[in-house]
Write a protein that binds this ligand. Sequence first.
Ligand SMILES: *Cc1c(COP(=O)(O)O)cnc(C)c1O
Length: 356
Amino acid sequence: MASRATSLTMPAELPPATLRLSIDREALAANWRALDRLSGQAAAGAAVKADAYGLGVAVAAPVLRDAGCRDFFVAHWQEVPPLLDHVPAGSVAVLHGPVTAADAAFAKASGVRPVINSLHQARLWLEAGGGVCDVMVDTGINRIGLGLTDLTDPVLGQLQIDVLHSHLASADEDSALNAAQQNRWNAARGMVQHNRASLANSAGIALGAAYHGDLTRPGLALYGGVPCAALASEIRQVAAPEAALVQVRQIAAGESVGYNATFIAPQTMRIGVVSLGYADGYLRAWSGKGMLRSMGRPVPVLGRVSMDMTVVDLTAAPDLREGDWLTADYSLPEAAAATGLSQYELLTVLGLRFAR
Ligand SMILES: *Cc1c(COP(=O)(O)O)cnc(C)c1O
């Protein structure tokens, strides 16, 4: 008992993590500035939902704020408190809106804007006391949002609307749906009073001035994703997984590596084990095809990625020892092409064991 009490009152200091997500803050700020410039007359906001697409809202929000961003979007009410440590409540809107009276009460008390997505949500908001809100109108994605016909309901006239939003279904493609949605969004702008109008996500910004309105809502491209060719030259990589070697060893020709022995050594090899696995979001899609690097030298993944570990080939980096760090290739367009995962998934799966 005595020793247990001692350990509780004098906890040992935690050592640094063996896994970290390197985040290029300068690239993040530069990406926001590029998207703001490409938004023309409109200001660029930032989608920081899902913990800033996995980068960590505590890292991303201050960088975006200091770059000049004044509008932040999250999906859930639970995402509001961590964001309010970094940006003022008046700059935040919650995309899912108030589904319950408790949501509406929280919106009212916190001072963030709910995005009203249905007549039900409009009534909940007014019952909670109302005030400035945003409205999402569905112009063809058929996900959440008021229909154009809902906009004639008298309840809409009682809302104090800051931003009138819509959201594109196929902005990353050359699709006839884009122009159709843009037309319906313009019609909606003529139907309800509002301060500002917003339609474009990252890819929508590249569709041109007709899609910009007053405010754009990039997410993916801020964090290094390239949703369409037009943005390729504008966007820099932001995030890269880094992991420490926890073991280095030699294996003989003919020995296998990892679960199900999918790699067999063709000759004697020096291999390493990094503390990075699918539980961290380095998914099994990287088995036998991922690439890590040490000072530019290639250190390829061997065999299957396991839950907490990945085995790598140290042939090209023979000096590496336990405790040394490797950086995984994680350029999002290339990683998506290599794995079949979307650029969105590649970011948002990155787990909680990364130091950010
Ligand atoms: C997530 C989201 C965005 C950002 O989209 P990206 O494709 O990541 O740029 C914009 N608007 C809404 C409504 C969203 O849900």
